[in-house]
Design a protein around this ligand. Structure first.
Ligand SMILES: [Zn+2]
Length: 275
């Protein structure tokens, strides 16, 4: 892409991906691992959720090893605001939060290392239904972004203080800031498949979706056909279809952004930590 085109794409990305009140979001396509999908914590308390993917993998075509995972309880603030750790809902979720690395549009890490993917409890049942369906197809859901604290939205605006590019932080939470939207993609479960390093995420091979988190061009539109291969279109449709069974809908502007029930309703900021 010509430099001018690249700059335009970047600006569009900044404009479209940084509003906590819009159905959108950024990130990049690389696969820097930063948090295991099944993190065992030796610090887990007695009230920690103890999960095993054995039950989930029973019907998985390409059998993955059963992995026990202890998920530490979420913070009191997260619990009080209805946020849950996605791994307690989708045990084989692949957590690849872009804002927990510097590999994002602002080039700096915005989330703490080891940040969790938290979602509001209203979205959890739908995600479980969708993930269950995808698991039967040999697929796992990769989470690029989940609940986004308001403070991060503020930080984004501080870094890129132009309301034409980054939505000015507002007094209410919707979408990611409310924990009711997620940015996701799909990968083939397990390590049986061979794929280039750039397509691997924590041992899984990403499906071809046509473009990545940091390629915010017209090809990012969920139903784009121009410049998007038939395979990628089919893969996007597969993701949409599965999410739809759980009542979770895609944002037409970005194939990776999905909204749960009530995602557009303005609510008080949660101010819950990601750790
Ligand atoms: Zn998003």
């Amino acid at each position: 892409m010509a430099r001018s085109g690249w700059v335009l794409a970047l600006l569009l990305l900044v404009a479209g991906c940084t509003s906590g009140s819009r159905a959108d979001d950024p990130a990049s396509a690389s696969s820097t691992p930063q948090a295991s999908s099944v993190v065992a914590s030796t610090a887990a308390s007695s009230s920690a959720a103890v999960l095993t993917t054995a039950r989930a993998s029973a019907a998985r075509p390409s059998a993955s090893p059963s992995v026990s995972a202890v998920i530490p309880p979420v913070s009191a603030k997260a619990r009080a605001t209805g946020l849950v750790d996605i791994r307690t809902v989708v045990p084989d979720a692949v957590i690849d939060l872009r804002y927990a690395t510097s590999n994002n549009f602002v080039g700096v890490r915005l989330y703490p290392v080891g940040a969790r993917c938290l979602v509001h409890e209203s979205m959890a049942p739908g995600l479980k239904v969708a993930a269950d369906r995808l698991r039967r197809q040999g697929l796992v859901v990769v989470f690029w972004d989940c609940y986004r604290p308001h403070a991060v939205q503020v930080r984004m605006f501080q870094i890129v203080p132009d309301p034409d590019w980054v939505a000015r932080p507002g007094p209410f939470a919707t979408s990611h800031e409310a924990g009711r939207s997620v940015d996701i993609t799909l990968a083939w479960a397990g390590t049986g498949r061979v794929c280039p390093a750039g397509q691997r995420v924590q041992g899984h091979c990403l499906l071809d979706m046509g473009n990545g988190f940091d390629d915010f061009t017209a090809r990012a539109h969920a139903f784009a056909t121009s410049g998007v291969s038939s395979v990628a279109q089919s893969n996007r449709a597969r993701l949409r279809s599965a999410m739809g069974t759980g009542g979770i809908t895609v944002y037409s502007g970005e194939w990776w952004h999905f909204n749960g029930p009530g995602s557009t309703v303005r609510r008080p900021h949660l101010n819950a930590p990601l750790s």
